[in-house]
Write a protein that binds this ligand. Structure first.
Ligand SMILES: [Zn+2]
Length: 354
């Protein structure tokens, strides 16, 4: 029987999210829902994830088009293999690149992809960064409210670098290698908490797929050229997931009603046309719910994570850095729809054709 191994590390494709500088206002916290716990019953010798089949749909996972069953939000492949939803796309995603190809900077594998392993985020701070206290305070806030640990980097290869910039910005998710969070002198502790939110894998709250149920985007009031900031992550070709049942106006990842306004009129309003308050002081209850679903508590701290250095068995299929590959002759092969099996190699978490 062929084995599949899932590697939580993903291709290092991420979006540099530009962020609005929001003025903290009063706090409005929306409760998130508890995660639904699914039970699996094994009635006979055939392992299935659910006793009853779900609807079959074609999706892309790790670069492969797969028919999967969709049940209760889970993607199930071949009966008993659960696919991480953040690695599933309904549109084809390029996952292997030509040898000398530049990695498209506007690509991401998702809001929840590129997670940090073992709930540990490594970081380093530029020595000349102004007001380092905001970084330490933001990190303290994350540690006090989530299962994540932030550890000052020694020689780890994947880490956040807090660096002086012209605004506040961050990549979404763990990118691989050094990834900057830029902070200008006007970025507050709250803004830093928000940027760390991106780096651990969060999109903006208003880019949820279901946001039309809660808000209206007034495109006519948005500064020219800034409209893309208001697209849902799927409209941007990104993949992701929602971890709470409804849009959380209190999320630290939520834009304010006047973000990127060209004329002083609101760009985001509630469905009834009214504006709302946003906050940049703390993670909301909904934020904590979502983040704790992304990074569940692990008693030992060290969860089982396969690494590319482990021994692979020739003739078996694996998912490594988010790509479905065949191991043969101690070499990796990727199935290209047009050309068949092609040898690939990894560089910095990305796969390239040889
Ligand atoms: Zn942001």
């Amino acid at each position: 029987m062929r084995r599949l191994r899932f590697q939580i590390l993903l291709p290092a494709l991420a979006l540099l999210a530009s962020c609005s500088k929001d003025v903290p206002e009063d706090m409005e916290v929306t409760e998130g829902t508890d995660p639904t716990v699914e039970t699996v019953s094994l009635e006979d010798a055939t392992e299935v994830a659910y006793p009853n089949p779900g609807s079959v749909t074609e999706v892309y996972f790790a670069g492969q088009q797969l028919p999967v069953e969709q049940i209760n939000g889970d993607y199930i492949y071949q009966g008993d293999i659960l696919l991480p939803p953040d690695m599933v796309s309904h549109e084809e995603v390029e996952v292997v690149f030509d040898k000398d190809e530049e990695i498209p900077a506007n690509k991401s594998v998702g809001r929840t992809s590129g997670r940090w392993t073992n709930n540990t985020v490594y970081y380093s701070i530029e020595s000349s960064l102004d007001n380092k206290t905001r970084v330490y305070d933001a990190i303290k806030h994350w540690e006090a409210n989530t299962n994540l640990d932030f550890v000052e980097r020694t020689n780890e290869s994947n880490y956040i670098y807090f660096v002086t910039g012209s605004g506040c910005s961050s990549y979404v998710g763990m990118v691989g290698g050094r990834q900057n969070i830029t902070l200008s002198s006007s970025c507050s502790t709250g803004n830093t908490i928000h940027e760390i939110g991106h780096a651990i894998g969060l999109w903006h709250e208003q880019s949820r797929i279901d946001r039309e149920n809660y808000i209206t985007i007034n495109y006519g009031n948005i500064q020219s050229g800034r409209e893309h900031n208001f697209h849902t992550y799927t409209q941007q070709g990104m993949d992701g997931d929602e971890y709470t049942s409804s849009l959380d106006f209190g999320s630290i990842m939520m834009y304010g009603p006047y973000s990127f306004s060209s004329n002083g009129k609101p760009t985001i309003v509630k469905k009834d046309g009214s504006t709302f308050s946003v906050q940049r002081s703390a993670l909301s209850t909904g934020d904590k719910t979502g983040i704790n679903n992304m990074y569940p508590y692990t008693s030992g701290g060290n969860t089982t994570t396969t690494t590319p250095e482990e021994t692979y068995v020739n003739g078996e299929m694996y998912v490594v850095y988010g790509v479905y590959l065949l191991r043969n002759n101690d070499t990796w092969y990727y199935y290209n729809r047009n050309y068949g099996w092609l040898e690939v190699f990894n560089r910095g978490g990305y796969w390239f054709y040889k």
